[in-house]
Design a protein around this ligand. Structure first.
Ligand SMILES: [Zn+2]
Length: 60
């Protein structure tokens, strides 16, 4: 399983359809909104600070 860097959810790489490449790596997302947020500010999420304000409603 991969981790959605935006919200922290687990995403199965085999079935994931929402992906983004950044810095040579592929990241997987649970929802289009997560990819959009990541594409805007990838470094924010890759720094491990995912608690920057607007999280959506996934709870794990
Ligand atoms: Zn997500």
């Amino acid at each position: 399983m991969a981790i959605d860097p935006v919200c922290g959810m687990e995403v199965d790489e085999k079935t994931a359809t929402i992906t983004s490449e950044y810095d040579g790596k592929t990241y997987y997302f649970c929802a289009p909104g997560c990819k959009t947020a990541f594409d805007k500010e990838p470094e924010k999420y890759l720094k491990g600070d995912a608690s920057g304000g607007h999280q959506h409603s996934h709870q794990h």
